[in-house]
Design a protein around this ligand. Structure first.
Ligand code: DAH
Length: 341
């Protein structure tokens, strides 16, 4: 039996010293020292020994167990140390390696232009409103003094949903004037930017979806003079001090009187060039004094209150601001284009 024990020790030490991981070490511990292990198996046979032999073999068995245990704890420490060293090597940071470049996204030119306009108006005490793109014909036309049969209501220009043409994709942001006047307390000063839709073929200056910014002021004693003063101030902020504007008479069903505002061409200073097509002026928006019928329809007494409104195209503004020559570039989302802003 002594020989058996010595052989077991020899075999166990060899196996333990070759263990490559804590898991393997644990398996070996169970194999040699466990309840069903090899050492226990040998010790079970001790009953068959004589009284003289038993203590001697017992001593050997204890020594073998002790040596195996020592070897296990020694190996455990060695493996732990080795794992730590490997981890340190694996996680070494090479500070001389070039870093990873993170590409930051940024705002779309339309959003930059919109944010500028919003900032200017918020600074003047305007509130920003948003409203539905799927709109009732009542709000898009009727309440804006655009009766049935008006050419602006043509099926050829407007995306209608219902057969009875009561629901549509709004063709202008002007319905937000009605929504504001119906729901807000007077006085009103609002700016309502958003998408609008018209049945247009796509080309360098047209798109079936584009953006407008609607402005509305309603209070006592509001006049055309404050419309002009406000818009002039806005234009100077957008295009630089001293930028000249021009107001031309025009017609809109929901304003009386109505006008269009042009800005003197930034390229030629009014002489006439390619950018302004020889005009010297570039049209920027439509505006006017809110029609008394429109005020009345929203429950506002036109004898007491008056107001002005305007609507400008955001694409046109952004194209001028960033010198973009083709409208399609704005919507194609080609990063080579977008990265320039
Ligand atoms: N809604 C008009 C359009 O789409 C623009 C406009 C003109 C808006 C005059 C107004 C306004 O608020 O007063 O052409």
């Amino acid at each position: 039996m002594k020989e058996k024990l010595e052989k077991l020790l020899e075999e166990a030490l060899a196996a333990l010293n070759a263990a490559a991981s804590p898991e393997e070490l644990e398996q070996l511990r169970v194999k040699y020292l466990g309840k069903k292990g090899e050492l226990t198996a040998i010790l079970k046979q001790m009953g068959g020994l004589s009284a003289e032999e038993r203590p001697i073999v017992g001593q050997v068995a204890n020594r073998v167990r002790g040596e195996i245990e020592n070897c296990i704890s020694g190996m455990a420490a060695t493996l732990e140390e080795r794992a730590m060293q490997e981890k340190l090597i694996r996680e070494t940071v090479d500070v001389t390696m070039p870093g990873k470049e993170y590409v930051m996204g940024h705002r779309h030119p339309m959003n930059i232009a919109l944010a500028e306009v919003k900032d200017i108006f918020v600074g003047m005490g305007f509130t920003i409103l948003e409203g539905p793109e799927v709109e009732l014909s009542d709000y898009n036309f009727t309440k804006l003094n655009t009766e049935e049969g008006h050419p602006a209501r043509e099926w050829s220009d407007t995306f209608y949903f219902a057969e009875d043409s009561s629901i549509l994709l709004r063709t202008q942001t002007s319905p937000m004037q009605i929504r504001a006047m119906e729901t807000m307390e007077l006085p009103i000063r609002v700016l309502a930017p958003g998408r609008v839709y018209r049945k247009d073929e796509v080309d360098a200056t047209h798109s079936p979806m584009f953006h407008q910014i609607e402005g509305l002021v309603v209070d006592k004693g509001i006049t055309m003079a404050s419309l002009k003063a406000t818009l002039n101030a806005v234009v100077e902020k957008l295009y630089g001090e001293g930028t000249k504007t021009r107001f031309r008479p025009h017609h809109f069903p929901f304003t009386e009187p109505s006008c269009e505002m042009d800005v003197q061409c930034h390229e030629c200073g009014g002489v006439g060039c390619r950018v302004c097509k020889g005009e010297g002026w570039i049209e920027l928006l439509g505006a006017g004094m809110v029609h008394p019928k429109v005020l009345q329809g929203c429950g506002i007494d036109p004898e007491v209150y008056s107001g002005w409104a305007f609507g400008m195209g955001l694409e046109r503004m952004a194209m001028r601001r960033f010198k973009i020559s083709d409208l399609r570039l704005i919507f194609e989302n080609d990063v080579r284009f977008l990265e320039q802003f």
